[in-house]
Design a protein around this ligand. Structure first.
Ligand SMILES: [Zn+2]
Length: 128
């Protein structure tokens, strides 16, 4: 199936996706590090991170859950970025995976990793 985009356009989306991938991986590494570090108090003898009473422990757990939620979100986006890069290689990038129509360019520019046109995205969302 021929691509709906010109090769220069594909290359610029590839660049955008690669930047996004690098950024998401950096964020994920940092957040994973932070979540792990919180879990294990600093062993170097620095006690400033150790919670002193129960209220602090609750906040720590809340923060950790919040961070884990963010990690899950970003991991999901990163997976979509990988898939989009795969679609650039296979020539299906820019085409809706559901109906096969070209995805509108403003949508691709806003969400370069999307696999669906706006109509199908809305439908999938309402279906849950
Ligand atoms: Zn569609």
């Amino acid at each position: 199936m021929a691509s709906v985009l010109k090769s220069e356009e594909l290359e610029s989306y590839r660049q955008v996706l690669q930047n996004l991938k690098a950024r998401l991986r950096g964020d994920l590494n940092q957040m994973t590090d932070e979540a792990l570090r919180r879990h294990q108090p600093d062993s170097s003898g620095n006690l400033s991170n150790v919670p002193l009473h129960m209220a602090d422990v609750g906040t720590e757990n809340y923060d950790q859950e919040f961070t884990l939620g963010l990690i899950e979100n970003e991991q999901g986006t990163l997976d979509q970025v990988y898939e989009a890069l795969g679609r650039i290689d296979s020539g299906t990038f820019g085409r809706c995976e559901e109906c096969g129509e070209a995805i509108a360019k403003p949508r691709l520019q806003a969400l370069p990793y999307t696999a669906h046109c706006i109509q199908c995205a809305r439908e999938l969302e309402s279906r849950g």
